[in-house]
Design a protein around this ligand. Structure first.
Ligand code: PEP
Length: 263
C-alpha cells in the first residue's frame, strides 16, 4: 500500500489544511515537551515567525529514563489546543500507546509515532484506524525496509495519510546522539510514495548541528523538517541542548526559504 510500485505519483498529505509532500516543503517546529502554557505559546510564536506552519510539542514523552520528565499528559494536550486556537497552527503530537489514541486524536491534527514505538504493532494498527494523519518516525535501529513495513501496518488499517520521518539511527559514532541517515531520504522516496521529512534535532541532539543537518536534508530532497525550539533552553525539562533559540531560527527561516527556492 505504501510502495511506489503501484502508486508512481508521490503523495501529498494534508494536516489541518497544510500540505506536506512534493512542492510543499513544510517546517514543523515547537517545543520538545509541552511544559507550561507560556512556554508553549512562546515557542509556537518563535516557530511561526521562522516560517513554521505546524506546531510540534510532546504531551506524552517516551523517555529513556523513567526518572526523566514524562510529559503533562492530557493537560499538555489542552495547552496545545489553546495555542493552536491562538496561533492558527495545527498540532503534531506523540501518542505512545493504543489506549490513548482516541484521546490524543481528539486534540491533535497529526499523530506522531516515535522512534521507540516504530514496531509497536498494536499502536500502529490503532493509529491506522484513527482518522488523523500520522507522522511515523524511523526506529533508531530499524532498516528502511522495516520502517516501510511499519507504515504498511498503518496503511493496512485504512489510513494512508502517513508522513515518514528520518530521525537518525544508532551507529558506533558517539559525537552525536544518533547519526542522521541522509541517504534514507531519497531511498524512502524512491521506494514509497509517502512524503519524507527529517528531524535534525533528535538525530544530532546538539543545537550547533541543527542548521547544517537541515541544509543537508533539504538538499537531499526532504519534504520538510521537524525542529525543536524553546524560549529558554537552559531550563527546558526535555532536550534543551538541541532546542533552537531566536537567533538560530532567523537563520533557519532564511535557509529553508532560500534552499526551497533553489530545489
Ligand atoms: C520527539 O520528537 O519528541 C521525540 C521523542 O523524537 P524521537 O521519537 O525521534 O526520539
Amino acid at each position: 500500500l505504501v510502495s511506489r510500485e503501484n502508486h508512481p505519483e508521490r503523495s501529498v498529505v494534508e494536516v489541518g489544511g497544510v500540505p506536506i509532500g512534493p512542492d510543499h516543503l513544510v517546517l514543523i517546529a515547537g517545543p520538545c515537551a509541552v511544559e507550561t502554557p507560556e512556554q508553549t505559546l512562546a515557542a509556537a510564536l518563535m516557530a511561526k515567525s521562522a516560517g513554521a506552519r505546524l506546531l510540534r510539542g510532546g504531551a506524552f514523552k517516551p523517555r529513556t529514563s523513567p526518572y526523566a520528565f514524562q510529559g503533562l499528559g492530557e493537560a499538555g494536550l489542552r495547552i496545545l489546543a489553546d495555542v493552536r486556537a491562538e496561533t492558527g497552527m495545527p498540532v503534531v503530537t506523540e501518542v505512545i500507546d493504543p489506549e490513548s489514541v482516541e484521546l490524543v486524536a481528539s486534540y491533535a491534527d497529526m499523530l506522531q509515532v516515535g522512534t521507540r514505538n516504530m514496531q509497536n504493532f498494536a499502536l500502529l494498527q490503532a493509529v491506522g484506524a484513527a482518522r488523523k494523519p500520522v507522522l511515523l518516525k524511523r526506529g533508531m535501529s530499524a532498516t528502511i525496509e522495516e520502517w516501510l513495513m511499519a507504515a504498511e501496518y498503518i496503511a493496512q488499517r485504512g489510513n494512508l495519510d502517513i508522513v515518514l520521518c528520518e530521525r537518525g539511527i544508532r551507529t558506533f559514532e558517539r559525537a552525536v546522539r544518533n547519526t542522521l541517515d541522509i541517504s534514507a531520504v531519497p531511498i524512502a522516496q524512491r521506494l514509497s510514495h509517502l512524503p519524507v521529512i527529517v528531524d535534525p534535532s533528535h538525530s544530532g541532539g546538539r543545537r550547533d548541528l541543527v542548521l547544517p543537518l537541515s541544509r543537508a536534508a533539504i538538499a537531499a530532497g526532504a519534504d520538510g523538517l521537524i525542529i525543536d525550539v524553546h524560549p529558554e533552553p537552559g531550563i527546558a525539562l526535555c532536550d534543551g541542548d538541541q532546542a533552537l533559540v531566536d537567533a538560530d531560527l532567523e537563520e533557519l527561516g532564511v535557509v529553508t526559504r532560500d534552499l526551497a527556492a533553489l530545489m
